[in-house]
Design a protein around this ligand. Structure first.
Ligand SMILES: [Zn+2]
Length: 359
């Protein structure tokens, strides 16, 4: 026995510590690998990321989006050069957003499923170029309607909204289902309706079943989408704004936790294959609720444009390191229960997840 040990009697060893044994936690996190064990097996991996991409109708476009650092609107001819290197680094999934700049818009959003619409062309091209890449696509009408609204307007104005027109839920859901089926036919593996119209999940599921596509196209429901101040840069990117009124009648108020739970449950019952919460960081409790309300469905979260821009802005001001804050926010979403993360940080994470963690 060494002298060291002889200095302490057995009595002393058991009497000395002032902390209870259960109080000593640091031993479990003194090594990077030990720290990773604390994540209950839910470590962040590349395959969790789906990268949102804006596709516009100028085939050679590569337009900088000033409010979304590093992000651009892409023309279909540029997709191979842009995505090829990311696929090599481990990119597993993308979600496409159509940004038509030149197409003639109308009340029913006719250009949404026109064969010449940029997202349909992109789906066909990407299925050919990258057959392993998961192709998800946002389904909504607002980028294609002359009103800028996500559905078709009813001609019965609602006096509660100073006589402004309201949306016709049934017509809207039918039209959205038509568009979703067209995208599935063009090669989408996942259709993701973001419009928040009542009944659209059921309408899309039935549409896919009738078209014989329900077994090869998944339905990701934006179930809990809150009216948020964090969508600003997206609106610049997608060029969407409403010509009158706003979307507060169909996006949830930030306090609406119970309503979000009802929507999650409803979308699961209507045939969603996975559910989404949007935005992420201010709604971690809703992500956690989603795992309880829909225990058998994967839960996705959209770290939206404003969250991404905010993290960049804070890092530029020297408030924190960009990488540390990107990890902290995304890992908080994983901790809350998300297993799919839609994020503009996706290309960064493809690099960062290959690097040694220093924090
Ligand atoms: Zn919309």
């Amino acid at each position: 026995m060494s002298n060291n040990h002889q200095e302490h009697s057995v009595d002393e060893i058991f009497r000395a510590p002032s902390l209870a044994v259960s109080s000593v936690l640091h031993g479990g996190i003194h090594h990077p690998l030990l720290r990773s064990y604390q994540s209950s097996g839910r470590n962040l991996v590349k395959s969790m990321f789906i990268y949102p991409i804006f596709i516009t109708d100028d085939p050679d476009a590569e337009q900088v989006i000033s409010s979304l650092p590093g992000q651009k609107r892409w023309g279909v001819n540029k997709l191979e050069g842009f995505l090829g290197p990311l696929v090599k680094k481990g990119l597993k999934g993308v979600i496409l957003f159509g940004v038509p700049m030149k197409m003639e818009k109308d009340e029913r959003g006719t250009p949404a499923d026109d064969p010449s619409t940029p997202v349909i062309q992109a789906l066909k091209l990407l299925s050919r170029l990258f057959p392993q890449l998961l192709l998800a696509i946002d389904v909504c009408l607002c980028e294609y309607t002359s009103t800028g609204h996500c559905g078709i307007l009813s001609h019965h104005p609602n006096p509660a909204h100073s006589g402004a027109p309201t949306l016709d839920a049934e017509k809207s859901a039918q039209r959205i289902a038509e568009v979703a089926v067209a995208y599935a036919k063009a090669g989408a593996h996942v259709v993701a309706p973001s419009d928040m119209m009542d009944g659209r999940i059921r309408a899309i599921k039935l549409g896919l079943m009738h078209a014989g596509l329900a077994n090869r196209c998944a339905l990701m429901a934006y179930s809990a989408k809150f009216a948020s101040g964090l969508y600003g840069p997206f609106r610049e990117a997608a060029g969407t704004g409403t010509s009158f009124g706003n979307r507060r009648c169909y996006q949830f108020p930030p306090t609406a936790r119970q309503l979000a739970r009802r929507a999650l449950r409803r979308d699961a019952e209507e045939g969603a294959d996975f559910v989404m919460v949007k935005p992420g960081l201010p709604y971690l409790d809703i992500i956690s609720d989603a795992t309880q309300v829909c225990p058998d469905l994967p839960v996705a979260v959209y770290q939206v444009s404003g969250e991404f821009a905010m993290i960049h802005a804070g890092a530029e001001k020297g408030i924190y390191g960009l990488k540390e804050m990107a990890f902290e926010t995304v890992e908080s979403m994983v901790r809350a229960g998300a297993s799919i993360i839609l994020s503009y940080f996706t290309p960064d994470f493809l690099d960062w997840l290959d690097e040694e963690r220093s924090f």
